[in-house]
Design a protein around this ligand. Structure first.
Ligand SMILES: CC(C)(COP(=O)(O)OP(=O)(O)OC[C@H]1O[C@@H](n2cnc3c(N)ncnc32)[C@H](O)[C@@H]1OP(=O)(O)O)[C@@H](O)C(=O)NCCC(=O)NCCS
Length: 339
């Protein structure tokens, strides 16, 4: 068991803009350089739904955590947890979370649960507290600036006529809100009922959709069975040996690329995929990539992080064969705890 009293007194205080450099100084190497916090920190401070905290020891920042209130204020999603390298393995993460839960109880009694996303193999202690409610495959790729065009051409060459027959529609705000008003659309598409955008796990509550609509996300949808060539519409063999058309449709969310600490001139692009039709998955990835690359300043490379149904891993691996994988994580788990 971690020794929880082997360091001086820890104080918990709200994070401020002035603490940015100190928070960054404890964040070196997190997520192998694709950490989102350096880019998001100041925007998060301005978000009225979010609270951010520091753990301080002898006046120095030794830990960070934040939560955002979602699901109309009934759920807190915790994001950004980190402990200074020299303080790790001594139970500080547990203390920080305890502080956050106490704050939720005292300041936000309407919050009924805490939700978070974690990579594969979470600590055993977490599994005793949190319930794993969903997971997805994660496939991070390295696309250097001078290879972007070649990678897009390579992927394009692997898209066949069946894939190309899928119609893609970029959804506007009104369409997105309408889409999720029809309960069937969301139940069929979203595994576990969650709309996960760049590791933020949300229900489709209207307040969450409004939050996402402020984020300049590219939403692409393929209607079920809506293809240019209905005779070749995609089919899957069921476990019983029969065939069944993909009836779900397919949705993808592209988060605009942003700078990461990995290296100067490298941005991170998250593409969240919902649905299990491999043809749709391929054309959605290609389209999201094209849109993102068009918006990139010249000379910028990408770490592209694909999040997809586990059943698509093999086919997406084939689409991306020859593209350098970037070691980061392989699975995204959504975990929840009632408080
Ligand atoms: C992961 C990290 C925050 C753990 O901090 P730590 O203080 O060394 O963790 P310890 O093992 O000493 O603390 C154990 C407690 O923290 C919890 N914990 C450990 N890792 C956790 C995680 N990733 N998420 C939530 N809780 C975690 C344990 O469940 C345990 O709780 P308990 O004391 O209530 O039983 C730290 O290693 C770190 O900053 N890593 C780099 C950033 C990172 O990977 N952040 C995690 C986000 S996925």
């Amino acid at each position: 068991m971690a020794e929880k009293t082997s360091f001086p007194k820890v104080d918990f205080v709200p994070a401020t803009a002035e603490d940015y450099e100190e928070v960054m100084s404890i964040s070196g190497g997190i997520y192998n350089g694709v950490d989102y916090l350096p880019f998001r920190y100041h925007a998060w401070l301005k978000d009225p739904q979010r609270r951010m905290f520091l753990a301080k020891c002898e006046g120095k920042v030794v830990g960070f955590e934040s939560f955002i209130l979602v699901d109309d204020g009934t759920t807190a999603v915790v994001e950004g947890l980190r402990v200074a390298p020299w303080m790790r393995g001594r139970g500080l993460a547990g203390m920080i979370q305890k502080f956050c839960f106490n704050t939720l109880h005292s300041d936000h009694p309407e919050v009924k649960r805490v939700r978070l996303t974690r990579p594969e193999n979470p600590p055993a202690a977490m599994l005793t507290k949190y319930k794993v409610i969903n997971s997805k495959a994660v496939m991070p790729l390295l696309l250097p600036a001078d290879q972007l065009e070649a990678v897009l051409n390579l992927m394009e060459s692997r898209v066949n006529d069946l894939d190309r027959s899928k119609n893609l529609t970029i959804l506007g705000a009104e369409e997105i809100l309408r889409f999720f008003e029809e309960s069937k659309s969301r139940e069929e598409l979203l595994s576990g009922g969650f709309l996960v955008q760049g590791w933020l796990p949300l229900t489709t509550h209207k307040s969450n959709l409004n939050l996402l609509l402020r984020r300049q996300i590219v939403w692409i949808y393929s209607h079920p069975g809506d293809s240019n060539d209905s005779a070749s519409s995609s089919r899957v063999t069921t476990g019983c040996g029969g065939t069944q058309a993909y009836l779900q449709g397919f949705l993808s969310l592209g988060t605009p690329a942003y700078p990461i600490p990995l290296a100067e001139g490298v941005h991170r692009l998250d593409i969240d995929l919902f649905g299990n039709d491999p043809s749709c998955a391929k054309v959605h990835i290609l389209e999201q990539l094209k849109i993102a690359v068009q918006a990139l300043p010249a000379g910028i490379g990408i770490i592209c992080v694909l999040h997809a149904d586990e059943s698509l891993r093999t086919e997406l691996g084939q689409l991306c064969e020859g593209v350098t994988p970037f070691y980061y994580v392989v699975e995204q788990m959504i975990m929840e705890m009632e408080i």
